[in-house]
Design a protein around this ligand. Structure first.
Ligand code: GGG
Length: 371
């Protein structure tokens, strides 16, 4: 029996509404698998915790999380706490503390969730944005001088280390080599004239080791436009921290909504817990109404099943998501009237039902996806 101890941080806003459905999906996965078990331990770290304790998580938080095998996180942020405080107090220290440098953000047009792009059918768009997750534009190096005076100065430095750049680019080539062998490196080396030419140099150097991967560098502005105009052209996109964040949200829009976007934060070297979270934040505008789309959170634990080597099970969960999307039991962001719980329960029930199909037919055409 493979036992996984999972730290659960529901966080803020819609996080606590969607996380329980993802845990239900994992419980169902364990039942179906028969050789896998999950033990969940919840942590209340959030903006509410900050308002009570003055910190987003205790100083021992990372050490505590380090004892778990995986982390499921909901959403971080609330209007009563500045976003940079909440993000730098919880989410970013986890990503950096455990060097979860590879942030996988799959984009697919799912069956039953029409893309806002005319004529784009399910199955035609399927790409992975691989976002660097520990440095780059998100390096907290800088400062503010002459507060509130006319000559006030604010500086923030972007850091690209050799290790950080090489490992994410290499991971991008590895992903592409196992996929359709098409890799695009997002750059902006025309305007950002030190770090981005360095990124390009590393991309070309490492690319020479992967002659079977067709690799191209593309300026991020043109790339963003092409993601809308011709999203089916992409397989794997590797990008710096900020560019990866932006491009993956274009992907979320292409697939029909930010509520369905999933992510995995991975340290491919192992030895630390990986973290699974939806791309969306706490969505204060709909929080508390029970109408948040649970797909991003459930798809994120599908990525966990992939990482645990349960790829067929993971594919079955994605198939269940698509079946429920097609059934119309969907939340208002997708034009339906279902609650978060109704949609999440429907996905978990369908997941269990699919697993009971006669042997040999349990896997459909969506099986063995890499996202
Ligand atoms: N699902 C986690 C969450 O709340 N993300 C919102 C967010 O603002 N993330 C910042 C980032 O990923 O850069």
């Amino acid at each position: 029996m493979e036992k996984r101890s999972v730290a659960v941080i529901p966080g803020d806003g819609v996080g606590p509404e969607v996380v329980p459905l993802a845990l239900d999906a994992l419980r169902a996965a364990a039942d179906i698998d028969g050789g896998l078990s999950f033990e969940f331990t919840g942590f209340p770290w959030s903006c509410a915790y900050y308002l009570e304790h003055g910190v987003m998580m205790p100083p021992t938080g990372l050490a505590t999380l380090g004892d778990f095998s995986d982390i499921v996180l909901g959403a971080v942020g609330w209007p009563s706490v500045p976003d940079h405080i909440s993000l730098w107090g919880l989410l970013l220290p986890i990503r950096r503390g455990f060097q979860l440098y590879a942030n996988l953000r799959p984009t697919r047009i799912l069956r039953g969730a029409p893309s806002p792009l005319a004529g784009k059918q399910p199955g035609t768009v399927d790409f992975m944005v691989l976002r660097e997750n520990t440095e780059g534009e998100y390096s907290n190096i800088g400062g503010r001088l002459h507060h509130d005076l006319p000559h006030e100065v604010v500086v923030q430095t972007t850091i690209f280390t050799r290790v950080g750049t090489e490992r994410i680019v290499r991971y991008g080539f590895e992903l592409a080599a196992r996929s359709r062998r098409l890799l695009v490196g997002a750059t902006k080396s025309n305007g950002i004239n030190y770090v981005m030419p360095y990124w390009d140099e590393v991309f070309r150097r490492i690319g020479a080791e992967y002659p079977l991967v067709s690799a191209t560098l593309m300026h991020a502005d043109a790339l963003a436009a092409k993601l809308v105009l011709e999203p089916e052209a992409f397989d794997v996109i590797v990008a710096s921290n900020l560019l990866g964040d932006l491009l993956s949200e274009v992907g979320a829009a292409v697939q029909g909504g930010i509520g369905m976007a999933a992510s995995a934060n991975l340290n491919p070297d192992g030895g630390v817990p990986n973290m699974y979270e939806p791309v969306h934040g706490s969505a204060p505008d709909i929080a508390g109404r029970g109408i948040a789309n649970p797909v991003g959170q459930i798809w994120s634990v599908k990525l966990m099943l992939d990482q645990l080597g349960r790829r067929e099970l993971a594919a079955l969960l994605l198939e269940a998501i698509e079946d429920v999307l097609s059934s119309g039991t969907v939340t208002p962001d997708l034009g339906g009237q279902a609650t978060t719980i109704a949609m999440g329960d429907a996905i978990v029930s369908r997941f269990r039902a699919l697993s009971e199909r006669p042997t040999g037919s349990a896997l459909s055409a969506t099986s063995q996806t890499r996202g």
